[in-house]
Design a binder for this molecule. Structure first.
Ligand SMILES: C[S@@+](CC[C@H](N)C(=O)[O-])C[C@H]1O[C@@H](n2cnc3c(N)ncnc32)[C@H](O)[C@@H]1O
Length: 213
């Protein structure tokens, strides 16, 4: 089974209750959005955009921003298109099917670079996640930013909690990336940029990213 088929399988039914349920445990998404500080008229790309929930929030916070989303799951994109239309943002948001590890932004969106690129709780679902990280950084315009939020290593939470959470996440093909902070630092060295990363909520989540030079 391909990764695309697997994601469609995971979300075929989940997408209908996704936004309602995930707001309780995909923590840190709204903080990332609030910190995006999109320049006037700037272009924002979400990789692994899911239902479009985050893009809609960005659109409300920055009414002049141009919004783009890519996701591997056509099932999720179907829900995203409906949500974006319902939010009255059909003319501001461009959605496309593609693999985070190697999509052609120019072909999908008519542009190669974006002032802000973000990935929210998707790297933990992408087997070749470091490839996706490189692809994301390539899409960032000079002076622009890549921002990431995802599950952390639960460092300051009880071991039993961590074991139970990781076991449960595994059922949905989610693997929190222990090496995320190191990978961001290497990426910044390779591609040129200033990296940052920090844990949130006692290690429940991790925020990271870089500013491109
Ligand atoms: C946990 S959801 C997060 C959705 C959204 N970013 C959010 O914060 O609500 C992960 C999303 O990543 C997408 N995804 C998984 N692997 C992908 C890949 N290789 N390329 C693009 N999207 C992918 C899934 O289809 C799903 O929509």
């Amino acid at each position: 089974m391909s990764h695309r088929q697997m994601m469609d399988g995971v979300y075929r039914y989940q997408r209908h209750i996704y936004d309602l349920t995930r707001k309780y445990y995909l923590l840190g998404r709204d903080g990332l959005i609030a910190d995006l500080d999109v320049p006037k008229g700037g272009a924002v790309l979400e990789i692994g955009c899911g239902t479009g929930r985050n893009l809609i929030a960005v659109g409300k916070a920055w009414p002049k921003a141009r919004l783009y989303g890519v996701d591997i799951s056509e099932a999720m994109l179907e829900t995203a298109r409906a949500c974006v239309t319902k939010a009255g943002m059909g003319d501001r948001v461009t959605l496309a099917q593609g693999d985070a590890c190697g999509f052609d932004a120019a072909a999908l969106f008519g542009r190669e670079k974006f002032e802000r690129v973000f990935i929210s709780y998707a790297l933990s679902m992408i087997p070749e996640w470091e490839m996706a990280l490189h692809q994301a950084a390539r899409c960032v315009a000079p002076g622009g930013r890549l921002e990431i939020v995802d599950f952390g290593q639960q460092e300051q939470l009880p071991t039993l909690w961590k074991r139970a959470l990781f076991g449960w996440l595994g059922q949905f093909h989610v693997s929190p990336r222990r090496e995320l902070s190191g990978a961001i630092e290497r990426l910044a060295q390779d591609m040129g940029g200033f990296p940052h990363s920090r844990t949130l909520y006692r290690g429940y989540a991790v925020r990271g990213g870089l500013i491109r030079v």
